[in-house]
Design a protein around this ligand. Structure first.
Ligand SMILES: NC(=O)c1ccc[n+]([C@@H]2O[C@H](COP(=O)([O-])OP(=O)(O)OC[C@H]3O[C@@H](n4cnc5c(N)ncnc54)[C@H](OP(=O)(O)O)[C@@H]3O)[C@@H](O)[C@H]2O)c1
Length: 297
């Protein structure tokens, strides 16, 4: 049945792919942006990101968030928090204002594997304890901001997203360029785990979570095969047919990126238990498969 889905942050990297996928299967897409409108294929109607009008939606997907791959200054931290915690709380307030019968039945909200902090070799499923540090705290509060929606009868899924590999995404576009130039490097010891996911699988997983009434609460939005940074580096170098003999020393990463550099030196061996148990099938379950698709000219 055709549905009307609101997508917040639809102008972003993931949002664009989500809008296209929803439209391709025949859903109507209501795009939300701070600018009130944008150029995103698949979006049929535009609304402003705040003050929030969530009327007439069957479901909603919130992908808004200020990018965290910049220096974590006080001003930027405020933007990270405002665009995630405050924005999500404002969505809950807007849901409150709607008559119960007019509320969307399902809400998929972005979160991140940063929720788990830095976790060495431990296998991380959704029931793992949260981690330490600023990003973990940010994700904990971001997810908690949705809590009240459940009590309003809105099924809520928080997708703890790993590094998304896809054309047009900052991670892949940068990695591809750097490795193609032969400047690819292992980060620090290279022993940290990198939970990654191909954009097509993330989008399919988001739609699967939206549709599947059995899924609620946190899900790990990651492939079933996380890689250690050193292996990720070797496989990516092989895929673009360039050597990557370099090592980016930890002190340099910290000097360049500040606390985000520390984040790059940590990781989580996260696996998608909730999606797999619900029967979700990955198109790109291994890094080799994902890279073969991404490096195809
Ligand atoms: N990409 C990844 O590898 C990755 C990994 C883990 C988690 N995530 C999370 O997944 C979500 C989508 O990621 P993405 O890569 O698509 O992000 P993105 O390309 O940076 O886009 C996010 C969108 O959020 C909105 N936004 C940005 N700053 C905002 C602010 N200060 N206040 C309100 N809205 C703001 C923007 O929409 P408008 O300008 O149109 O309002 C923007 O298009 C984000 O929440 C991100 O944290 C992504």
């Amino acid at each position: 049945m055709k549905q009307r889905i609101g997508v917040i942050g639809v102008t972003g990297f993931v949002g664009r792919y989500v809008a296209a996928a929803l439209a391709a299967r025949g859903d109507e897409v209501v795009g939300f942006s701070r600018n009130g409108a944008g150029e995103v294929p698949g979006v049929g109607e535009w609304r402003r990101s705040g003050p929030w009008d969530l009327s007439g939606l069957d479901g909603m997907i919130n992908l808004a968030g200020e990018r965290v791959d910049q220096r974590w200054t006080a001003a930027n931290r405020q933007k990270f928090e405002q665009s995630r915690i405050d924005l999500t709380k404002a969505l809950v307030r807007a849901l409150h204002e709607l008559p119960p019968a007019h509320r969307p039945t399902a809400w998929v909200n972005a979160s991140a594997v940063g929720y788990y902090g830095d976790r060495s070799d431990e296998i991380i499923e959704e029931n793992a304890e949260p981690g330490q540090g600023y990003l973990a705290r940010l994700c904990i509060d971001w997810e908690a901001a949705t809590a009240e929606a459940e009590s309003m009868g809105v099924r809520c899924v928080m997708v703890r997203i790993g590094m998304v590999l896809g054309r047009g995404g900052m991670a892949w576009d940068r990695l591809r360029l750097v490795f193609k130039l032969g400047a690819g490097a292992r980060l620090g010891s290279g022993q940290q785990w990198m939970p990654w996911i191909h954009i097509d699988d993330l989008v399919a997983g988001i739609l699967f979570s939206l549709d599947n009434v059995a899924i609620k609460g946190p899900v790990n939005g990651v492939s079933p095969a996380p890689e250690k940074n050193s292996d990720f580096t070797k496989k990516l170098a092989r895929a673009v047919r360039r050597p990557a003999p370099w090592i980016a020393p930890a002190f340099l990463l910290k000097a360049i990126f500040g606390e985000f550099g520390e984040f790059l030196l940590g990781g989580q061996r996260a696996i998608p238990r909730a999606w797999s148990e619900a029967g979700f099938v990955f198109t790109y379950p291994t890094l080799e498969r994902a890279l073969a698709e991404l490096t195809r000219e």
